[in-house]
Ligand binder design. Structure first.
Ligand code: ADP
Ligand code: MG
Length: 246
C-alpha cells in the first residue's frame, strides 16, 4: 500500500441514542481529541491503515467516551479495530495495572463465537500492542491451565476467548472477571443466539465492575437478537453502517 491508496469505500451511517459523540474522519483526530497513545497510532500506520472506515469513524469516539455501543456494519469494514483501538487506549499503559486502586485481574474481555475468529482478533491485538508490555491472552486449553495460577492471571490485561472455554475456567475457579471494565461481543448475532446466550449471560454476570462498558459488533442483528443485545447495554448508542437499517 502507498500514499495514493483511496480510503475504504464510504457507507451510509445512521446513529441512534442520547448525546451521540461527534464522529472523526482521521486517526489523527482520535489522537488529538482523546489523547490516544502515539504508539497505538504508529502501529496502525505500520499496518498500512490510513483512514478510519465508517464504523471506526463513528464507533471509536463512542467507545472512547465510555459509552455502550451496538454496532452493525458489513463484513470487511474493520469492526475489529473499532473496538480494539479504544479498548486498548482506555486501558492505558500496561503499568497502570499496578497503580490501579481497583485491584488486579483481567481488565478487558473480548468474546467471539469461534476459535478461528478469536485467533484473528488476537493477532490484530498483538499488532496494535507492539512496543508496549501488554499481556494479551488468547484463551485456549494451554493458556487456561497456565492461568490456573492466580499470580499469572492477575497480570493479564486482555483476554480473548470463545464463551465455552471461558465459562469452564470460571466454573473451575480459574478466572475472575470482577475487574473487567470493557466487554466486547464480536459477531454478536451468533453470540446472542440460543446456542451461546446462556454462556454469554453467565460471563456478563461475572463482570461485576460497576462501570463496565459493553459493546456488541455484528454484520447483522436480527430484531430478536437486537432486543437481547439492547437489554444488556446501558444507555446504548446504536450505529448502523450500510444498507441494513430498520
Ligand atoms: P469485519 O470484522 O468488519 O469483518 P475486520 O476487522 O476483519 O472486518 O477487517 C477487515 C480487513 O480490513 C482486515 O484485513 C483489516 O486489517 C482491514 N482494515 C481494518 N481497518 C482498516 C482501515 N482503517 N484501513 C484499511 N484496512 C483496514
Ligand atoms: Mg469481524
Amino acid at each position: 500500500q502507498d500514499e495514493e491508496d483511496p480510503p475504504m469505500p464510504r457507507h451510509r451511517v445512521t446513529t441512534k441514542g442520547t448525546n451521540v459523540p461527534e464522529h472523526a474522519e482521521t486517526f489523527q483526530a482520535f489522537q488529538e481529541q482523546y489523547n490516544m497513545s502515539p504508539v497505538l497510532l504508529s502501529n496502525l500506520k505500520q499496518s498500512g491503515y490510513k483512514h478510519p472506515t465508517g464504523i471506526q469513524s463513528y464507533g471509536i469516539p463512542i467507545l472512547m467516551e465510555s459509552r455502550d455501543l451496538a454496532a452493525i456494519s458489513p463484513t470487511g469494514t474493520g469492526k475489529t479495530l473499532s473496538y480494539l483501538l479504544p479498548v486498548m487506549s482506555l486501558l492505558g499503559s500496561p503499568s497502570s495495572r499496578a497503580k490501579d486502586e481497583h485491584g488486579t485481574g483481567v481488565r478487558a474481555l473480548i468474546l467471539a463465537p469461534t476459535r478461528e475468529l478469536a485467533h484473528q482478533i488476537h493477532n490484530e491485538c498483538l499488532k496494535l500492542a507492539q512496543g508496549r508490555k501488554w499481556r494479551i491472552t488468547l484463551f485456549s486449553k494451554a493458556t487456561a491451565s497456565t492461568l490456573a495460577d492466580k499470580s499469572v492471571r492477575d497480570k493479564v490485561d486482555i483476554v480473548i476467548s470463545t464463551p465455552l472455554r471461558l465459562v469452564s475456567a470460571l466454573q473451575a475457579g480459574h478466572l475472575e472477571l470482577h475487574n473487567v471494565r470493557h466487554v466486547v461481543l464480536d459477531e454478536a448475532d451468533r453470540m446472542l443466539d440460543t446456542e451461546f446466550l446462556p454462556q454469554v449471560q453467565e460471563i456478563i454476570s461475572a463482570c461485576t465492575y460497576p462501570r463496565v462498558q459493553k459493546a456488541v459488533f455484528s454484520a447483522t442483528l436480527p430484531a430478536g437478537v437486537e432486543k437481547v443485545a439492547m437489554s444488556m447495554l446501558k444507555d446504548p448508542i446504536r450505529v448502523v453502517v450500510g444498507l441494513k437499517d430498520t
